[in-house]
Design a protein around this ligand. Structure first.
Ligand SMILES: C[S@@+](CC[C@H](N)C(=O)[O-])C[C@H]1O[C@@H](n2cnc3c(N)ncnc32)[C@H](O)[C@@H]1O
Length: 218
């Protein structure tokens, strides 16, 4: 997602500071300082402009959500969306992290997450860039370390090449496939599906959405 640098980006992010986890390393010690109540914890990596995270936090008040995005200007839009939503309803279950998924390994309490979402991750189509794909085995190793034993990774994408690559990585890494579709919106899971910005754009154009849910073998 390429964006022009946002004017007054830092001030705009500061205005949403109450929803921001400023220092990722605070997560090493758990979540008591981040959320007022202890609840199952879900993490979205690459949240973009925040539709999914805001929609999920609203739909599932009994779950705490962290939405992570490495581009500060993109996260700024997500933060402002969440702040606007906050005016309509009390929300204590959504926080944002600005940073790269690579930082999770060193900074997050091991086996503390119930679910990780990867939504429309960048496909990095060149073979030489495969390690950057968020479903590459290098990242799967990080996710395995973060998820509880029965935790789930949920992935959706429009990109068939990335989907096929990801299924191979999931199998070779050692995972149990819980759900697989190449047309999410025509499955029963669609009733509970919260769309992302990319998902809406692609499905408006008639592109089917692929999705897989996996659990790591222990
Ligand atoms: C194609 S966009 C999809 C955005 C959103 N999930 C959606 O479906 O509308 C991918 C997003 O993931 C973010 N991203 C890519 N690699 C990342 C990483 N290693 N750590 C955190 N965010 C990442 C990008 O900055 C971008 O905003």
């Amino acid at each position: 997602m390429r964006m022009r640098k946002k004017k007054h980006g830092a001030e705009r992010i500061e205005a949403c500071a109450e929803l921001l986890i400023r220092d990722i390393s605070t997560l090493k010690g758990g979540y008591a300082s981040v959320f007022p109540d202890e609840k199952p914890l879900h993490l979205e990596i690459g949240c973009g402009k925040g539709n999914f995270a805001v929609g999920m936090a609203k739909k599932y008040p009994d779950v705490n959500f962290i939405a992570m995005e490495r581009v500060a200007d993109v996260c700024c839009i997500a933060l402002e969306k969440a702040m606007a939503d906050k005016e309509e309803r009390p929300t204590d279950n959504l926080r944002f992290l600005i940073g790269d998924a690579k930082l999770l390994r060193e900074n997050v309490l091991p086996h503390s997450l119930d679910c990780i979402y990867l939504n429309f991750s960048d496909p990095w189509p060149k073979a030489g860039h495969a390690k950057r794909r968020l479903t590459h085995r290098g990242f799967l190793e990080i996710y395995k370390g973060l998820l509880k034993e029965d935790g789930i990774l949920r992935f959706k994408t429009d990109n068939v090449g990335l989907f096929d690559f990801s299924l191979e990585e999931f199998e070779e890494f050692g995972t149990e496939l819980l759900f697989l579709t190449r047309d999410l919106h025509s499955t029963e899971k669609n009733a509970d599906n919260v769309m992302t910005e990319y998902e809406k754009n692609f499905s408006d154009k008639g592109t089917p959405i692929c999705s897989a849910w996996i659990r790591f073998k222990q």
